[in-house]
Design a protein around this ligand. Sequence first.
Ligand code: FAD
Length: 506
Amino acid sequence: DSIGVWVLGDQLWIGQAALAARSDARETTPVIFVESRDYVRQRRYHRQKLVLVWSAMRHFAEELHAEGWSVTYAIADDFQTPLRNWVARYTLDTLYVMEPADRPFQQLIDGLVLGCTVAVLPNNHFLCSSDDFRNWADGRKRLVMEDFYREMRKRYDVLMAGDRPEGGTWNLDKQNRKPPKRGLKPPAPLQFEPDAITQEAIATVKNFDGATYGSLDEFHWAVTRSQALQALEGFVRDRLPTFGPYQDAMVTGEETMWHALLSPYLNLGLLHPREVIATAETAYRDRSLALNCVEGFIRQVLGWREYMRGLYCTFPPDYAEENWFDHAQPLPDFLWDSSQTDMNCLQQTLQQVERTGYAHHIQRLMVLGNYSLIAGLNPQAVEQWFHAAFIDAHDWVMQTNVLGMGLFADGGKLATKPYAASANYINKMSDYCQGCRYNHTQRTGDNACPINALYWDFLLRHEDKLRSQGRMNLVLSHLNKMTADEKAAIRERARTWQTAPTAEGT
Ligand code: FAD
């Protein structure tokens, strides 16, 4: 049998299932990479995301070539034409491809007519396979992340002391929610200078005729496995020891805080979650790092990441269409252009996303997600926006994070209540309100922070639905203390803002 391997753009690792299955026969196994321009024209992407993916693909193709594989690298409009030609040229009987992480891409593969058999091998880029997750989920009433995480700790023997959790408790999150204090100075993350291949990818993106977003002025991402390993080592050495306490804090000019900046590499296959977790645990044991820091980090990778992916595989495809609140507001223009908002929290976060493609979890959840939720933006449009704006965006990770966690569009399939907050939260957890033209303590009036009116209006609009959630009752009881005039003023302020979301518009 003549067999070839197609390597997808987020499967850039020698151990991935399709390459691993042929590693003993590399001299006789042709390998192909395809950059399809039509595919990228279907939606907007951050310019740095395109550079990252294309540069990482081109680097990995060169590495495989150097290791003795015979590699074809095609740049074409569609996938089918170069694949068909390559199948014919090598008279292949079978094409191996590892199961794509994103469901729509599997459909794309199913629709290809290539003139050979296509064998889809199970994806080995996650610790918990989709079948394992389904087995865990089967028969459970609620799919609680904490339950899943404990099971994963036991199954993979991570931070365990025998059959008990290291340190006696599973969860040290309470120590990890400190508001920022003055003068916080997180160690800077490693940056990588573009080499010739990346420069070429930058030129490709500059000349690309599809719709894009974001800036290409600075590009500092790792594009090879060896650089991604340096990023991992740098994180574990410099930031993991103090990762925990300020995990939820936001500080102007400190864009990454103590976060890892590893999601782009994990999501492209440049790093495997197993090695990321093992490196963190080894550092904990060898260097006696604080448990709340290491546990807090491992919870993200072994817990949240695997859980979100497992849910994506388990939920039906129409999860993508969920809209529990029937939210229909169009996206405000400022999401595409940060200079068009005068709310400081949004402007700081959006400027950063434009410049780097990155924002940390709390900026995503509590600044961008929260605003989108309480302003009633259409969840599918918001998901499209996140997909366009972020360096680490992929269908499997956006669906549950944006629709489920950020927007509660699934009515609580994964979160126990909506992450809705007033300006009080932003003021407590960041310094953004200090530099803002709006007043975070006021609910109504032209200078009041719009987040407050939108927040209370969100509760008023959805009071009945939210009551059914149980966990919202304490917050909703505040509505009973409001006079009819106060409610009317909040509604009015929220409506005006929704139609024209800038101070000039009010
Ligand atoms: P750290 O905070 O240092 O965490 C370490 C790692 O844990 C991350 O690299 C990531 O791989 C993993 N992780 C942590 N939380 C999650 C989570 N909820 N889901 C999946 N993985 C997680 N993550 C993406 O990879 N791509 C996205 O497009 C994305 N969009 C998001 C959108 C919204 C609205 C929200 C609320 C979260 C989103 N996340 C996404 C999850 C999370 O915010 C990012 O993974 C994280 O901010 C990446 O930065 P980091 O590597 O510095 O993370």
